[in-house]
Each structure stands twice: as structure tokens, then as C-alpha cells.
Write a new protein. Structure first.
Length: 376
């Protein structure tokens, strides 16, 4: 039963209304794309710095306590965002990064340990069940974000501040829900356990996922500005963001049924092709092509998490997952900083073409990972 509360908490984490309006709100307050990128860079840097300490806190003081503190921090982050001045926007970026770091890996670690505990009690294989719970949990955040984006898109037509104000409600409900989540009953070994025979292929996997994650998140956070440049009508933003997250949720859920070993490189390749085609189109067609990328992203997330969790022991799982997330956040920070600087010289559409070009290496790295792992 505790697993269902974790799913609901993950859903509520995504169920905020600010996603379609965040970049536009920052642009409206700061009136400069470079300054917008500075705020987003600070958020990425904050998440990077707090990532491993957040995982350590979860392993040391409990994953449930980490989720509770994440919700409280997110509440004050939204209050800071609502103030609108540059100092408060930086405060939002720092607090949002801390909130994301505290939640990062804790939900997956809780679910994985519940599966392991059940596996020990019943003496049954946990591998299939692990893939199922990770896929289901991975689908919850984008599902909540999709519904929240649709509502946020309606609210933003009246005011950019309304989605921020209403986002406080699901954050409070998420905090209350954590009091029904039970701490992990399975602890396993007290030592860090890593399958060193797979370190080289895992390193390839980390590099590929870092490149893809960092650039994909940059593209997502600038999406409203990109749509504006592509002449997409403003009233469609909420619907487009909703479909983005719904497709990501669907991809995460269906990934459990995709057992082909080449699922990762195929999904990444399709994402790159769709992204680049979007930059060549205009208007609604451009938005549709970019939105389809989210399905490919959704497929990859649970596959990556399943591979990472497979080789980490329980007592240090949240910490080690946070290390991999740390690299992703660091890549995001660098990508946001570099691309934010280039926005002074290049159009946002050209920057999206550059993102698609760089991401073209990811399917190749995934393919090499699969071949190396097969022969290890």
C-alpha cells in the first residue's frame, strides 16, 4: 500500500501549474533572455550542489523525511517566485534546486527496497516487478505535469501570477501525503556495492544520459520562448505542455513492455530526428514535432533508472542515484550557461538546431554501451 502513496506523491510533485508559464514569467519580469538563463543556471547549479548531500540525507535520516523536507522547501520556493524581483527569483532558483535534490532518488529508493523486501519474503524474482514499479512511478510525474500544464495554460491567459499561486495547493497536499508513506523495511548490505565488471559500460551510459538529459531539459525550459519564436498561438501553450507530459508519462509506462535491448538507442535517435525536424517547420507543426520527442524521453527514463538500481546496494542507493543525477545536473548547468550566453548572438531556433546536432551522439553511445555490456 505504501507504494501507492509514493506514486501519488510523485504525481503531486509534477502537478504544478507553472510549467507553461515559467520562462515567459521570468522573461516578463527580467525582460532579457540572458538574465532568464542566469536564473535557470542558478537553479541547475543549486540542484547540482545539493544533489549528493540530498541523497546522503535520505540514506542517513530516512527517505520519507527527505520527501517531507522537499515539499516544505518547494512551498517557500514558490512564495519567492511569486515576489517577482531578481533577488527573489534567485531565491526561488536556489530553493527549487534544494527541493528537487531532496526528492531526487528517494522515491525510487523507497520503491526498490519495497520490492527487495517482498522478494526476500516470498523468495521470488524481483527483476520484473522492479521494472514495473519504476516504469509506473516514472509515468506519475509527467502525468501530473501534463494535467497541471493544461490548467496552468488556462490560468496564464488571465495572469502569469495565478499559476504560481495555485501551485501551492498540490505542494501542501504532497506534504500531507508523506505522513502515510512508510520508511523502507529492507536495508540490505551496509557497504556500497557496485558491479565493477560493468563500470566501463555504465560510464558510457552515464555520459550519454548526461548529454541527453542536460540538453533536453534546456530545450524544455525554453520551450515557451521557442514556441513564441515559431509563431505558435499563446492559447495553445497549455494544451501543448499537457500533451508533452502525457506523452512522456505514456512512454515511461509502456517502456516496461519494451524488452528489446536496443530500445534506448532507438528512442534517442527518434527524439533527435523529431527535434531537428521541428526546427525546420513552423507554427503548430513545429510544436507537434517537438512534443512527440517527449514520448521518446519518457521511454528512456525508467530504462536508465532500472539499470542504475540493479547495481547499487540498498543502504547507499539514494546516495549513488544522486551521484548519477549530480552529473546530469552538472551537464544541465554547463549547457544552460553556454547556450544562455550564445542566445546573445544566435536565435533560439538556431540554438535548438545546435541541441539536436549535439544530441545526435547519444544514440551511438547507447549502442556502444549495449555492445560493451553484452560482451562483458
Amino acid at each position: 500500500m505504501s507504494s501507492y502513496y509514493v506514486y501519488a506523491y510523485t504525481f503531486l510533485r509534477g502537478f504544478t501549474f507553472i510549467l507553461p508559464v515559467l520562462a515567459l514569467y521570468l522573461q516578463n519580469q527580467l525582460n532579457n533572455l540572458f538574465y532568464v538563463s542566469i536564473v535557470l543556471c542558478v537553479m541547475a547549479l543549486s540542484t547540482t550542489l545539493f544533489e549528493v548531500p540530498g541523497g546522503w540525507f535520505a540514506d542517513t535520516y530516512g527517505r520519507v523525511h527527505s520527501l517531507q523536507l522537499s515539499s516544505i522547501t518547494m512551498f517557500f520556493a514558490l512564495i519567492s517566485l511569486f515576489q517577482g524581483t531578481f533577488i527573489f527569483l534567485l531565491g526561488y532558483a536556489i530553493l527549487r534546486g534544494l527541493a528537487d535534490s531532496l526528492a531526487s532518488g528517494s522515491d525510487i529508493a523507497l520503491l526498490y527496497d519495497n520490492v527487495k523486501a517482498s522478494d526476500i519474503a516470498q523468495s521470488e524474482s524481483h527483476r520484473a516487478e522492479l521494472g514495473k514499479v519504476i516504469s509506473l512511478n516514472s509515468s506519475m510525474w509527467p502525468l501530473g505535469a501534463g494535467i497541471g500544464s493544461f490548467i496552468g495554460g488556462i490560468l496564464m491567459l488571465r495572469s502569469y501570477e495565478l499559476p504560481i499561486l495555485f501551485s501551492l495547493v498540490p505542494v501542501c497536499f504532497g506534504l500531507l501525503l508523506t505522513f502515510w508513506i512508510k520508511e523502507s523495511v529492507y536495508k540490505g548490505s551496509t557497504h556500497i556495492k557496485i558491479n565493477f565488471s560493468l563500470m566501463k559500460p555504465i560510464l558510457l551510459l552515464v555520459i550519454a544520459s548526461t548529454i541527453y538529459y542536460s540538453l533536453d531539459v534546456v530545450a524544455h525550459q525554453w520551450k515557451s520562448l521557442y514556441f513564441e519564436a515559431q509563431l505558435v498561438p499563446l492559447y495553445l501553450f497549455g494544451t501543448i505542455f499537457m500533451m508533452t507530459f502525457i506523452l512522456s508519462s505514456l512512454g515511461s509506462y509502456l517502456s516496461h513492455f519494451m524488452r528489446n535491448k536496443y530500445t534506448l538507442p532507438i528512442a534517442a535517435l527518434c527524439s533527435v530526428i523529431l527535434l531537428y525536424c521541428s526546427t525546420l517547420a513552423v507554427g503548430v507543426l513545429s510544436a507537434v514535432l517537438l512534443t512527440l520527442c517527449s514520448f521518446c524521453y519518457g521511454v528512456q527514463v525508467p530504462k536508465l533508472m532500472e539499470l542504475y538500481n540493479e547495481h547499487f546496494s540498498s543502504s547507499k542507493r539514494a546516495t549513488l542515484i544522486s551521484v548519477t543525477n549530480l552529473l546530469n545536473r552538472l551537464g544541465l548547468f554547463v549547457g544552460m550557461l553556454v547556450l544562455g550566453y550564445t542566445s546573445k548572438f544566435w536565435s533560439i531556433i538556431f540554438i535548438y538546431k545546435l541541441i539536436g546536432t549535439v544530441c545526435g551522439v547519444v544514440p551511438l553511445l547507447y549502442f556502444i554501451f549495449i555492445q560493451t555490456r553484452t560482451h562483458s
